[in-house]
Design a protein around this ligand. Sequence first.
Ligand SMILES: Cc1cc2nc3c(=O)[nH]c(=O)nc-3n(C[C@H](O)[C@H](O)[C@H](O)COP(=O)(O)OP(=O)(O)OC[C@H]3O[C@@H](n4cnc5c(N)ncnc54)[C@H](O)[C@@H]3O)c2cc1C
Length: 402
Amino acid sequence: MADIATFFVKTKLHLSQNLSYFPVFLTTAKQIHRNSLSLLMNVDYLIVGLGLAGTLLANELFRQNKTVMVFDNPETPKASLVAAGIINPVVFRRMTKSWLIDDAFPRMEKTYRQLEDLLKEDLYYPGRMIRFLSEEGVVFWKEKVFANRLETYIDAEPDLNFRNSNITNHYSFGCVNKSGRLDIQKLISEFLEFLKRKNSLKKVKFDFGKLTIKADLVSYNDITAKKIIFCEGPSADQNPYFQNLKFKHSKGEIIELKIPELNMNEIISDEVFVMPAGNDRYKVGATYTWDTLNWETTDSAREELLAKFKKITSVIPEMISQKAGIRPTMHDRKPVIGVHPECPRIGIFNGLGSKGVLLGPYFARQLADYLVGISDFIHPEADIKRYFPSFPSSDQGVKKGI
Ligand SMILES: Cc1cc2nc3c(=O)[nH]c(=O)nc-3n(C[C@H](O)[C@H](O)[C@H](O)COP(=O)(O)OP(=O)(O)OC[C@H]3O[C@@H](n4cnc5c(N)ncnc54)[C@H](O)[C@@H]3O)c2cc1C
């Protein structure tokens, strides 16, 4: 009892130095003692949120033989249930590689194949992405492919012969041969069932008032754990522990169309993407807005997407659905991972933005290795410590056993 009391005195002193935003749950020693009598379950990690981030992190922790309890609120909307799931290794505007692609791409492929084995489902569909090119675009494409070492990901020679009678003709076509899509919705629904079978899921809203943080563990109702990791997607801006992080989420809308005549296997990337989703269905998206951050679909977004779609093909589609979501994004558009510098029992995995499918597996592995102590490395541009300038970044030199 004396130790617990000392911890809270210490914690209060420590937090009071500069963290007025930090909620301190000052549980009395008596309450803690009473709670401890009813503690029933102990796991290694609590995870809040079962979108793509929570799924990938839980998977990595299971792979390292750790135990996990995931809290997920079925009432909170998920960006992951809206996403198209496209994988694009190229930044077309500059014709450069996407950030970290040479490390992230192989990690992504291995992770989704491993998840397919684990869940016994088809989830990952590698494929080609076609980019329309003008005459100048062809010159730019050829100039940059070797200059920017893109030859692993794209065909060096634009394809003058790519033709689909339903696609508007263009001067030429660039082909990204390492593209494709992840069926995120299936991944999450299947992983949810997997967690249920392992008795590792609580389908409830996580209530911050019920979290107790002690020196050596965290507890929530009748569960204790070494750490708690928040993977709340865009809701993280409401998390009282992370109020000094700079979020800059964006809203996106996407439509799903049925187009039996189109008969296309490639993803088209133009002013909008057109992504085959099986059974003559195609996803078309996405819009970007930053001013009104809600989950409501709008007529204006639907009209914008349809107008851009009509520039790609003249076939008349049947509208199946429209969805809106919020991409969890940081001010510098880099993910945020790590443990809270002021309170290492709490961690975060967020800010996957519009590249969650590609970058998620790379950062989930990095965070899991960090949590279990295999590695001290967290990519400095993604490290939560960038929001805490008085704390030096994680040791960039130490990379054990990766
Ligand atoms: C229109 C659109 C298109 C996109 N297309 C692509 C694409 O093609 N490719 C790509 O890579 N990315 C795409 N994205 C981005 C992708 O959706 C995100 O990168 C990714 O899904 C983020 O996952 P997440 O787990 O961080 O967040 P989410 O999927 O939002 O998950 C957060 C989870 O936390 C839970 N939660 C939050 N608070 C609580 C609480 N208090 N208690 C319990 N649970 C809680 C929520 O219920 C939710 O399940 C797109 C996004 C949008 C909006």
